[in-house]
Design a protein around this ligand. Sequence first.
Ligand SMILES: *[C@@H]1O[C@H](CO)[C@@H](O)[C@H](O)[C@H]1NC(C)=O
Ligand SMILES: *[C@@H]1O[C@H](CO)[C@@H](O)[C@H](O)[C@H]1NC(C)=O
Ligand SMILES: *[C@@H]1O[C@H](CO)[C@@H](O)[C@H](O)[C@H]1NC(C)=O
Ligand SMILES: *[C@@H]1O[C@H](CO)[C@@H](O)[C@H](O)[C@H]1NC(C)=O
Length: 345
Amino acid sequence: MAAKRFAACFLMLVLISLLVAYSFSLPLNWRSLNLIKKVNCKGPYIGLITVFPPEETAFFQIGAFKPNQKHPSVDLSGRRFLVGKIHDKKVVYVRCGVGMVNAAAATQQMLDLFDILGIVHFGIAGNANNSLSIGDVTIPQEFAHTGIWDWLNPNRSLNYDEVANLDFKRYNVPRGDNLLGHIGFSYEQFFSEYGKANIARPLFWANTTRQWLQVAANLKGIKLNQCLNSSVCLPQKPQLVVGLRGSTANIFVDNAAYRDFLFQTFRVSSVDMESSAVVMTSLSNGFPVIVIRGLSDLAGGQSGHNSIDTFGSLAAINACKVVVQFIKQLHLDTREPGFPRSIHP
Ligand SMILES: *[C@@H]1O[C@H](CO)[C@@H](O)[C@H](O)[C@H]1NC(C)=O
Ligand SMILES: *[C@@H]1O[C@H](CO)[C@@H](O)[C@H](O)[C@H]1NC(C)=O
Ligand SMILES: *[C@@H]1O[C@H](CO)[C@@H](O)[C@H](O)[C@H]1NC(C)=O
Ligand SMILES: *[C@@H]1O[C@H](CO)[C@@H](O)[C@H](O)[C@H]1NC(C)=O
């Protein structure tokens, strides 16, 4: 009798160990996958992606996000995806982490696993356009990844299949050549649902979704915060600007000369470290995407301290205000056949 019971227990233990070993060998844990199945039954959702804790704090401070009571969150690859609603629209939210790898990974995972209609990416950015001000919110029409470089031998002549060149020697003070040579800006390799499989095409400007930009353009009069508290205010009322250009690289820009170069060369009004990765990943997969960034600093154009520490939270709040109004205005009865796949060429 005892031997029999022991055998049964032993078998059970072996089975459990096998199951545990198997679940560790799965790319995602089965509990999360099971949860996602249940979450998706209640979909589709708008995917919200922000970057780092101060932006997340602003998102919760706005108070528009109502967590789902039954399935509030799913953990995947160390990130926490939150399920809930904003103005009766179903959303899945994640904080991806700084940089383009985190941005692309979180975007791809969201699109692959959740039932998603499109991506709203938001946060703060550096301001590269002297006609804009700190506290303004920008919703760019297109993004370039301005961090794909060929760092060239000083003796090599400029290469004209590059998008642009940055000559270090032009920035020498006092003037004179140095050994850093120049960097040539290159294209992304863009894979797409709509292209030939396994063939990438060169891409410099990645467009956000035109129909969503039109919705955003109607928000232009939106009231944004001008004051941090009762004593610290911006000199002018912040505004929403729609349709300019943005740039992204794994580079935090706090340098006036490089800021000027980016504005003069690419006509970009904002600099950040994630947007083009989120946009390109969404476009590759055929999903609509929009980027909403509050301007927190002058990316090096300031005299004195970088204002990100003072006005970062205000810029983040202003971006969130626009996100909430955008989601409110979005018509989601667009899920007719062909949506979202008809939105992109
Ligand atoms: C560039 O050319 C100069 C003059 O010909 C030569 O002395 C130098 O070594 C070259 N530099 C490199 C990095 O090739
Ligand atoms: C992106 O938008 C610009 C401006 O509307 C347009 O000229 C360009 O063709 C678009 N690019 C793609 C790949 O659709
Ligand atoms: C307002 O914010 C500034 C900057 O963070 C801080 O130095 C100041 O103490 C705050 N003032 C009040 C009245 O809270
Ligand atoms: C800079 O911002 C202003 C104000 O929104 C805008 O009119 C202008 O076109 C922007 N410059 C560029 C190069 O995009």
